[in-house]
Design a protein around this ligand. Structure first.
Ligand SMILES: NC(=O)c1ccc[n+]([C@@H]2O[C@H](COP(=O)([O-])OP(=O)(O)OC[C@H]3O[C@@H](n4cnc5c(N)ncnc54)[C@H](OP(=O)(O)O)[C@@H]3O)[C@@H](O)[C@H]2O)c1
Length: 305
């Protein structure tokens, strides 16, 4: 027997699952008949049907669980943002991504080019997109790191880090808020960082990521009765371009990060995306204002004594 997500987790024999997946049924009718013979309980207890596929309503989704939704992801062309877009797309959702690099036919959705450090252009893009789409949720993922140690902190660099991490998050949340409020359903996930617990050379970055956690907690309270949840995901060191730009292979930074992760490895973008997409899902409806560390145990403490 095989438990298949496509078929609501109902136990089905493998041959029927293969039949569906490979489209080898001789005809729609015989495939449906095979399923009907299988278990009358399956048919009696089936939840709402979504779509009308080749077998004639063979695919059923749990009530409300798999509704196709539209999400905006900032910093979506690479790394964690792209992994989020890929997961959402694979789950049947529509994704609009923002990044400076817009021309990417392989992007799993629509990738819109905008420099999110340009406040006016960001606002104009968000206004245009909010008029075009009914967004259900938002992932505030774009971020910037400029490592600097106390004694050599440049205020312009600090401003750049704070503003790219924080301004688009507020602008995007405010652009999407009217639709999410009107429909009584919405999700916001702010991408924070393990570094909020304290780390050298990240005064500006860790402060900005702490502010995102604070945004989530304040917005969660303000929106608690609206059907909109707001949470933070705080990744540990994750193998992406941004991480590698600041921690080259063999560097002291890489060693420091590796030593701090009890699992003794870096995260993969898809592992962070899994947590983010869970918080965007119907199943996460009663979770708001939380910070989920996805970090191989690094936020817990030292693995060895
Ligand atoms: N990787 C880690 O270890 C780690 C750990 C904790 C938290 N985080 C956080 O996770 C988030 C994603 O990080 P990542 O590692 O996936 O980064 P990444 O691989 O460098 O990707 C960053 C994304 O943001 C876009 N972007 C950067 N600057 C932009 C700008 N001015 N305007 C528009 N788009 C811009 C980039 O696209 P373009 O270059 O095309 O613009 C890219 O799509 C960040 O907030 C980061 O702080 C990462």
């Amino acid at each position: 027997m095989h438990s298949c997500g496509l078929l609501c987790g109902f136990e089905l024999p493998d041959y029927l699952v293969d039949l569906y997946k490979n489209r080898k049924a001789p005809c729609r009718f015989s495939a449906r008949k095979s399923l009907r013979r299988l278990d009358p309980v399956l048919l009696r207890s089936r939840p709402r049907t979504v779509g009308n596929d080749w077998t004639g309503n063979l695919i059923h989704h749990h009530q409300g669980n798999m509704k196709s939704r539209t999400f905006l992801v900032t910093g979506a062309s690479k790394g964690i943002g792209r992994a989020v877009a890929q997961r959402l797309n694979a789950d049947g959702h529509r994704v609009v991504g923002l990044a400076r690099q817009g021309d990417d036919p392989g992007f799993p959705g629509r990738l819109v080019s905008v420099d999110l450090s340009d406040r006016a252009k960001t606002q104009a893009t968000l206004d245009r997109l909010a008029a075009e789409y009914r967004f259900d949720g938002l992932v505030n993922n774009v971020g910037l790191v400029k490592p600097q140690r106390l004694g050599a902190i440049d205020l312009d660099a600090l401003d750049a880090v704070m503003s790219l991490n924080l301004h688009p998050a507020i602008q995007a949340a405010q652009a999407l808020l009217p639709n999410m409020s009107a429909q009584g359903w919405g999700r916001i996930v702010n991408v924070s960082s393990l570094t909020i617990l304290g780390i050298v050379e990240r005064t500006a970055y860790a402060a900005a990521k702490s502010a995102l956690v604070s945004f989530s907690r304040s917005w969660a309270l303000e929106l608690a009765t609206t059907g909109i949840t707001v949470n933070s995901v705080a990744p540990g060191p994750t193998e992406t371009e941004l991480f590698r730009a600041n921690n080259a292979p063999g560097s002291a930074g890489e060693q420091r990060y590796l030593a701090s992760v009890p699992m003794k490895r870096f995260g993969k973008p898809d592992e962070i995306a899994a947590a983010i997409t869970f918080l965007l899902s119907e199943d996460a409806a009663f979770i708001t204002g939380q910070t989920l560390f996805v970090d191989g145990g690094a936020s817990i403490g030292k693995a060895s004594i």
